[in-house]
Design a protein around this ligand. Structure first.
Ligand code: AHG
Ligand code: MN
Ligand code: MN
Length: 319
């Protein structure tokens, strides 16, 4: 018998309140999935005409997805704070709530006009509602996950011990697909935006050069490159069949600290990948141990199959 998300949550965590927050986030994702499916006919795939705090042009669907998140979380008394890519400041929701949610409501939104998989990424932390600490390292996450809006809508979830995947069934509910996903330790696929090669540091250049050399180089095997441009879609592939994703610090992103955001992109993905047996690093440091200094902070991200990430880490140690 297929388990519903609610049934699975009842045994996956000992905290009914945390389960409630996850269930609320899943409800928001299900609504976003339904909106995305009809967006081209509703004329919602274009720009919103505004810029977010990070200087990025917001798409209509970035704003709509953020609004859906706000509405669902506001209705959950256990959530006191929402940090979102699309909100300049942390949003105070409920006075007594013991949880904070950090989210990227729509990841990969530059792919919306071409109907390629996009997603939602989320991280859940405990906070004191009277004095919320917004800047906690990723090791303190209680749960994290993402929804991938592809041919199927997938929800991938972890409380830190294991990773489970769900898919939306015919009635619009998430049902369990696999409990205990693990990332294969080795792989022959890597994901990096190679158009940025001239900005790369030595460690990144050396690792990619080894992969390009394939069976004629030190890696000793032939690689394929895959870059979707939606982190959720790239990470979902890696979680399912192995590989490595790199958005390293490069000479162009160095002044900002990197490209991807720590609280709602790097940390939740690092939490999932580690729970599935992979590794996640900035190059020199474990992502989950980075002490945040601001809610929209950016970091370098290198994560995936343990053996691949270890090879990149070895290059960083040589620098
Ligand atoms: P977002 O759409 O939330 O701003 O995130 C986009 C991110 C991530 O999804 C993806 O991996 C990366 O940006 C793509 O970067 P490039 O444009 O350099 O390919
Ligand atoms: Mn994103
Ligand atoms: Mn986004």
């Amino acid at each position: 018998m297929t388990q519903t998300l609610k049934q699975w949550l009842a045994t996956a965590t000992s905290s009914p309140e945390l389960a409630w927050v996850v269930d609320t986030v899943a409800g928001a994702c299900a609504e976003i999935a339904a909106v995305l499916r009809l967006a081209p006919l509703a004329g919602q795939t274009g720009l919103a005409g505004a810029t977010n705090v990070q200087g990025e042009a917001q798409k209509q669907l970035d704003v709509i997805s953020n609004d859906i998140f706000v509405r669902h979380l506001r209705a959950n008394a256990a959530v006191s704070i929402l940090v979102s890519e699309e909100l300049d400041e942390a949003l105070h929701l409920n006075d007594e709530g013991g949880f904070m949610v950090a989210c990227d409501p729509l990841d990969g939104s530059s792919n919306l006009d071409v109907n390629v998989t996009v997603g939602t990424i989320f991280s859940i932390l405990a906070v004191d509602p009277k004095a919320p600490d917004l800047l906690q390292p990723g090791t303190r996450q209680l749960a994290a996950g993402y929804a991938a809006y592809g041919p199927a809508t997938s929800l991938v979830l972890s409380f830190g011990d294991k990773v489970a995947t769900f898919a939306i069934d015919a009635s619009g509910q998430f049902a369990l697909v696999e409990d205990g996903v693990s990332v294969p330790s080795a792989s022959a696929e890597y994901a990096i935006n190679t158009a940025r090669a001239r900005f790369w540091d030595q460690a990144t250049s050396a690792y990619v050069a080894e992969n390009v050399a394939g069976e004629t180089g030190v890696a000793g095997k032939r690689y394929n490159m895959r870059w979707i441009g939606s982190m959720v879609a790239d990470i979902h592939r890696i979680l399912m069949r192995g590989g490595i994703f790199l958005y390293p610090l490069d000479s162009e992103t160095a002044s900002k600290g990197g490209r991807l955001r720590l609280l709602y992109e790097a940390n939740p993905m690092a939490f999932l990948i580690e729970a599935a047996g992979g590794r996640a690093t900035t190059g020199p440091q474990r992502i989950l141990e980075v002490q945040p200094t601001s809610i929209h902070q950016r970091v370098p991200v290198i994560l995936g199959s343990a053996e691949e990430v270890a090879r990149v880490q070895a290059h960083y140690q040589r620098l």
